[in-house]
Design a protein around this ligand. Structure first.
Ligand code: AMP
Length: 547
């Protein structure tokens, strides 16, 4: 017997319909790429996104076509996503930090028909357009007055393009399982793989992400997504903030501490989300300039592990609650968030911090388990660690065009490539990427844990730990450190700081100082590059073991 309820396809256009009718007066504020602050409402954004849809149809865009966007978080980028999906086409986010060859690869693999591009990134596309045969034209996200002189073929001014239309348009009635967004993984080996979100997966993920124990955005919130729309589906915020009716504050091109601080204060931001490096810049700015935060209540931190000192500083110095989050492009992207269960608010402060260091519990729609090398499920005791597997309706089923292999096992579990523990209460903690974990004498050492401790030292700006070959133990940890400017900190000082914070046998065998640690396009430490750089490094303990 079938239920007797209405068939209301889960399309992302419904999110913007709701924002328009229920929260039409709510503000969207942008620091524009051109410079000034721009303000308007969801109602304005809604009409303009429909104009984008009309313009795309006139350009000949059809259902299923891929439209690239190479842009910062701005109101025009937001309108573009809804306009593109509104004609049944697919937004394809391009990460400007990728190398030119990688951009060429993903644009041609995706067969992008048009690319919407910010002024900042026009030179990138000018340099590669000869290799982008599939692209029919470039829409420059600016007005006529700011149009640059460009060699881009068929360059169209965004404001000019949409000004010809009236916004009287019905979203295309596509199947809810139709493709909606495309984002390539930023894997360090092999070609990037295309993750193709559907309307349904995006809407379900929006609802899950907005749970009160997840990101829990409300109409009363002012939300600043520092997480870029060009990476990992912007942690759903382009959908979940409009779904909740929250004020949206779009930071544009400036992510430095001062610019973010200005927006946080001027727009009375209550919730924000970003990777740890962005928060490091903000915290340094606050400390150096003796600033306080008057409205910020909660920040979600993920993308890489959130260090303990960051949780403590936000909480103790600024009264901001840190919600540690974990996910990946293949998961739309949120998997877990660390919010407390009943009783935890009464735990001693130190125990609370240790819990907050965990990446958290699965949101509804995410199932997870840990297994050993033979696929046997491991206990949820907070100690056993193994391969982290996930499944759910907003988790990848296969990669675009089938290139990237079959990512699922026979029971539809997706191996995240992360190694983790899960405790009795369901809180997951990432130990490492499976290829980064250090295998010492048959036991595993977590490089993430060691890095977290090392960055707690006041003279350490950044730290990375890799396994280096050792004659007796197979591998031992090498700590690579970037010192804070002007610091003369020594190896022994850092190791003695770490002594009572980690198990003795986890202690790095050596410390090397470098000027810079290499990062991927999404801001993660490039462990593979470090392993290559230090492939012939001889640990002092190696010669002792050989004697
Ligand atoms: P991406 O698809 O680029 O977002 O990368 C996903 C990967 O980032 C995950 O598989 C993890 O290895 C890592 N990651 C994301 N969030 C965290 C976190 N909170 N702590 C540690 N690693 C994380």
């Amino acid at each position: 017997m079938q239920g007797l309820m209405q068939d209301w396809p889960l399309l992302v256009g419904k999110v913007f319909d709701h924002a328009n009718t229920a929260h039409g007066e709510q503000e969207i504020v942008t620091r524009t790429v051109e410079g000034p602050i721009h303000r308007y409402t969801y109602r304005d954004a809604y009409v303009r996104s429909k104009k984008v849809a009309q313009a795309l149809l006139k350009l000949g865009v059809k259902e299923g076509d891929r439209i690239g966007t190479l842009a910062w978080n701005t109101y025009r980028h937001l309108e573009s996503w809804y306009g593109i999906t509104g004609v049944g086409a697919v937004y394809h986010t391009l990460n400007p930090r990728l190398f030119a060859e990688q951009l060429v690869y993903i644009i041609t693999h995706a067969e992008d028909k048009f690319i919407f591009v910010d002024l900042t990134f026009v030179p990138i596309l000018e340099g590669i357009q000869d290799q982008l045969g599939c692209v029919e034209g470039y829409v420059i996200l600016t007005d006529e007055a700011s149009m640059p002189a460009t060699s881009l073929k068929n360059a169209i001014c965004y404001e000019g393009l949409i000004s010809d239309h009236d916004g009287d348009f019905e979203w295309a009635a596509v199947d809810e399982k139709a493709a909606c967004g495309l984002c390539y993984t930023s894997g360090t080996t092999g070609n990037p793989k295309g993750v193709l979100y559907s309307h349904r997966s995006n809407v379900l993920h929006t609802l899950a992400a907005n749970g009160a124990d997840a990101m829990g955005m409300r109409a009363a919130d002012s939300v600043l997504p520092v997480v870029p729309m060009f990476h990992a589906n912007a942690w759903t915020i382009a959908f979940s903030a409009p779904a909740a009716g929250s004020k949206l504050v779009m930071p544009g091109a400036n992510m430095d501490g001062e610019s973010i601080y200005e927006l946080l204060e001027n727009e009375q931001v209550t919730f924000s989300a970003a990777v740890p490096t962005v928060w490091l810049m903000l915290l340094s700015y606050l400390e150096d300039n003796d600033k306080t935060l008057s409205s910020l209540r909660r920040v979600a931190i993920g993308g890489s592990a959130c260090p303990q000192m960051m949780i403590e500083k936000f909480q103790k110095n600024y009264g901001v609650d840190v919600v540690h989050a974990w996910g990946m492009t293949e998961m739309s992207p949120i998997g877990t968030l660390c919010t407390f269960k009943p009783g935890m608010e009464k735990w001693p402060a130190e125990q609370q911090i240790q819990q907050k260091l965990k990446q958290g519990r699965a949101i509804f729609t995410v199932e997870m388990k840990i297994t050993d090398d033979d696929g046997k499920e491991l206990p949820h005791d907070g100690k056993a660690f193994g391969h982290l597997l996930v499944r759910g309706p907003a988790i990848v089923n296969g990669y675009f065009k089938g290139e990237g292999g079959d990512p699922l096992d026979t029971d539809s579990w997706f191996d995240t490539g992360d190694v983790a523990t899960i405790d009795e209460l369901g809180y997951m903690q990432i130990t490492d990427r499976s290829k980064d974990v250090i295998k010492s004498g048959g036991e595993w050492i977590s490089s993430i844990d060691l890095e977290n401790v090392a960055v707690g030292h006041p003279d350490v700006a950044e730290a990375a730990v890799i396994g280096v070959a050792h004659p007796k133990w197979d591998e031992r940890p090498l700590l690579i450190v970037v010192k804070r400017e002007g610091s003369e900190v020594t190896k022994d000082e850092i190791l003695s700081y770490m002594t009572d914070k980690i198990a003795k046998w986890w202690m790095p065998d050596d410390v090397v100082f470098v000027d810079e640690i290499p990062h991927t396009a999404t801001g993660k430490i490039q462990k593979m590059a470090l392993r290559e750089q230090f492939s012939s490094y001889e640990l002092p303990t190696a010669s002792q073991a050989a004697e």
